[in-house]
Ligand binder design. Sequence first.
Ligand code: FAD
Ligand code: NAI
Length: 468
Amino acid sequence: MAETYDLTIIGTGPGGYVCAIRAAQLGMKVAVVEKREYHGGTCLNVGCIPSKALLHASEMFEEAGHDFGALGIKISKPKLDLKAMMGHRQETVEANVQGVGFLLKKNKIDTVHGTGKITGPGKVEVVLADGGAQTIETKNIVIATGSDVATLPGIEIDEKTIVSSTGALELGKVPETLVVVGAGVIGLELGSVWRRLGSNVIVVEFLDRILPGMDGETAKTFMRSLKKQGMTFKLGKKVTGAAKRGKALEISVEPAKGGDAETISADVMLVAIGRIPYTSGLGLEEAGVALDERGRVKIDNHYATNVAGIYAIGDVVEGPMLAHKAEDEGLALAELLAGKAGHVNYDVIPGVVYTMPEVAVVGKTEEELKDAGVAYNVGKFPFTANGRARAMRKMDGQIKILADAKTDRVLGVHMIGASVGEMIHEAAVLMEFGGSAEDLMRTCHAHPTMSEAVREAALAVDKRAIHM
Ligand code: FAD
Ligand code: NAI
């Protein structure tokens, strides 16, 4: 008789594999089903990890080409070896996905390679990658199938000239002109990579701003930095077509509100207009699992769907499509299934854009506080007034802290600057403990560090910054 698992997870991205490991730690018998060759999902295979490998390498290339002279280091113009840079990306991915495979094994989690489908209560049927099929009997099922690229109607992604993020991570040569559709996180990160490597990057964004949902002033300040670096923005515009003329693309761009079209020639177009939940082929309709109005698996606050024994986490459910959000949901669900108090605080999920400068945010934006009628104080501190930032010539950016006007509780922190993706966590910890700007300003910060700017911004909430 087939073995019955306590838990079977479909998809081994950050949501699925973390849930599996925690469940195994808590004594459950766990199986995972993955249709990709390697574990780690979008994030490790074609998302977070390869993009950060290229962001780092291209940043080093740009620094070597433009910034070393000012530090007294004379070198000749650096040469790009794109093949070797892609090799670095691939090595990074391989090390990470193998790491996940090792962790699953170490935790005695059974892995089934193939495409999973829910065929009844406690039943997952897998079309195996190397042929044949297998039925898994299980007490509980977790849908952790992630998301897929959103496409533009009438525009076919061939991953060569019209690419999604996946193709943009693997271009064989630096495009002379790259048109990026969508000024979201993917567009700005991957646009930055190719601009640093020599492309003329034109970003076409439907809205009249970049990074929708982020604090408005922060997004505006950040856009100024990107423009200074040479990125071009066409805001309030949409791409309505792309025709191949020989090796080039003729891209039609129209004002979002209607009006005359213009044509832009480019070698490559990156479509980065968001991602959609991945639910196809899972048998959800037959199993009676309800979706919400945006096609996401509908869950309650314990990640349970409307069908007993079926749960869902990560990109396939509501909330920000972020790897750490998926991981935290995986942890929380495993704990809940083990009868413990699993919980995710959705008010304190940091977001980072890994460009240079980086953008790092946590909590409420000014717009959200205004809409909610919450009175708040603002404290800001620029990196131009921070000694360490000057020593490193990384003065672009600022820290902004939003604190409740009555209680001084920190409600939101918005950072632009080098390494702020690491610095945001001091704000996250403070906010988890319901801390105030005063708590932050009274905490001794080592000198000279970039983090002193966080303390100065906290002092500025009370209009008493020292170095400004
Ligand atoms: P996924 O990682 O998408 O994993 C789902 C897995 O399920 C996949 O491996 C898929 O093959 C598998 N699957 C689907 N259906 C089936 C089936 N029927 N049977 C078997 N297996 C199945 N987030 C960040 O937080 N930081 C970043 O820096 C970042 N960078 C990104 C860069 C790019 C270019 C992209 C595209 C995304 C990035 N993200 C980033 C987002 C991040 O990748 C996702 O939020 C995260 O991967 C979601 O995790 P998940 O476990 O929900 O799903
Ligand atoms: P996104 O939602 O961040 O941005 C999409 C952008 O495209 C928006 O600005 C939107 O207004 C615009 N847009 C939509 N339709 C358009 C159209 N027809 N024409 C022009 N512009 C249009 O989505 P993105 O960048 O594709 O990223 C997908 C997900 O991946 C995000 O949810 C993000 O959280 C995640 N991600 C996270 C990263 C990180 O944490 N550093 C890095 C990369 C991706």
